[in-house]
Write a protein that binds this ligand. Structure first.
Ligand SMILES: [Mg+2]
Length: 301
C-alpha cells in the first residue's frame, strides 16, 4: 500500500522509510505541510504519517485541512511527535488522527501501528465498495450515481458549463427473463454492462440505475454531443450479439438524453432524461431521443 510521510526531519524520514519499506509498501515523502497536502491530493495514499512539529504549517494544521477535504478526509493519519505529552495526543486524536507515535519510535511498534491503520483502511475501502458498486454488473450503483450527479451539479452551479445525463434501458428485457429464465437475464445485464463500458468515456460515471436501466453522467457535454454519444452506446449494443449459455442473442437499448440547460435542479435533469427515454420507447425502441425533441410541440393534424 502507499504511505505518505510528512516530516521536516530528514533523519526521522529516512528511518521511517527504511523501517516501513521492508514491509513492501510504497513510501512517499514530503518535508513540509504544503508539499504534503499536494502529495496527498496527487497520490491518494492509504496512510499518512504526519510530524506534529514543523515550521510554517504544523502537523495539526495539515490534519485539519486533510479532514476538511471531501476527497482526502478518509485517509487515516498517524501523528509522529517528539513530545509525547497527553495534551498533544488528545488534540491529535480529536482532530481525526487514528493514532499517535512518539519519537524516537521503536521500529516494531511503528510497523505494528501502521499495519493496524492499513488493515482498518482496507476494510473501510471494502465497505465503501460494497456501498457504491452494483454486485451483479460491477458498475457504480444508484447511490454512487446520485453522489456523482450531486458533485457535478455543485460544480456546474459554481463554475458554469453544461452537464448531460444519458438514460438507457434494455428493450423487451422481461421477455428475456420469461423465455430464458432469470440467470440468463442476469447474464444479459452483465454483458450489456461490459459493452457499455467499452463505449463509455473513462471520466464519465456509468451506473446501473436499477432493473435493466443504466445511466451515464457526462460532464462538459452538450445535448448534441450527448445524443451522438448515446447513439454510440446504442450501436455498441445492437451491433454485437451476446453469448448467453452458448446461445447467440441480440438485444437493443432505448436511450434518452437531457442536458442541464434549462434545468433548475439536478432532479429535473434526471426527470428530463427519463422522459426522453420514455419517448424513445414510444418511438419504437432501439433509438435515441433527446429531451429537447421530447419537449417540442407536436404539430396538430
Ligand atoms: Mg519536526
Amino acid at each position: 500500500m502507499k504511505i505518505l510521510i510528512i516530516d521536516d526531519s530528514y533523519d526521522a524520514m529516512a528511518l521511517a522509510k527504511v523501517r516501513l519499506g521492508r514491509e513492501g509498501h510504497t513510501i512517499l515523502c514530503a518535508t513540509n505541510g504544503q508539499e504534503g497536502l499536494e502529495a496527498a491530493d496527487r497520490e491518494a495514499p492509504d496512510l499518512i504519517l504526519l510530524d506534529v512539529d514543523m515550521p510554517d504549517m504544523s502537523g495539526f494544521d495539515v490534519c485539519r485541512r486533510l479532514k476538511a477535504s471531501p476527497t482526502l478526509f478518509m485517509i487515516p493519519v498517524i501523528f509522529l511527535s517528539g513530545s509525547g505529552g497527553p495534551e498533544d495526543k488528545v488534540r491529535g486524536l480529536d482532530l481525526g488522527a487514528v493514532d499517535f507515535v512518539t519519537k524516537p519510535f521503536d521500529a516494531f511498534e511503528l510497523r505494528a501501528r501502521v499495519r493496524t491503520a492499513l488493515r482498518t483502511k482496507y476494510l473501510q475501502d471494502l465497505l465503501r465498495d460494497f456501498a457504491v458498486i452494483d454486485p451483479l454488473t460491477e458498475l457504480s450503483n444508484r447511490r454512487a450515481l446520485d453522489e456523482r450527479l450531486g458533485q457535478e451539479w455543485t460544480r456546474l452551479v459554481r463554475h458554469g458549463g453544461v452537464l448531460s445525463v444519458i438514460m438507457a434501458d434494455i428493450d423487451h428485457f422481461k421477455a428475456v427473463n420469461d423465455q430464458f429464465g432469470h440467470p440468463a437475464g442476469d447474464e444479459v445485464l452483465r454483458q450489456v454492462a461490459r459493452l457499455l463500458i467499452q463505449s463509455c468515456r473513462q471520466s464519465d460515471t456509468l451506473a446501473r440505475y436499477g432493473g435493466e436501466e443504466f445511466a451515464v453522467v457526462a460532464p462538459e457535454t452538450d445535448l448534441v454531443a450527448a445524443a451522438e454519444y448515446a447513439d454510440r452506446l446504442r450501436r455498441g449494443i445492437c451491433d454485437r450479439p451476446l453469448n448467453v449459455n452458448g446461445q447467440s442473442m441480440t438485444v437493443t437499448i432505448s436511450v434518452g438524453v437531457a442536458s442541464s440547460v434549462g434545468c433548475e435542479t439536478v432532479q429535473e435533469l434526471v426527470r428530463a432524461a427519463d422522459a426522453a427515454l420514455y419517448c424513445a420507447k414510444s418511438a419504437g425502441r432501439n433509438c435515441v431521443k433527446a429531451h429537447q425533441e421530447a419537449r417540442s410541440p407536436q404539430p396538430t393534424p
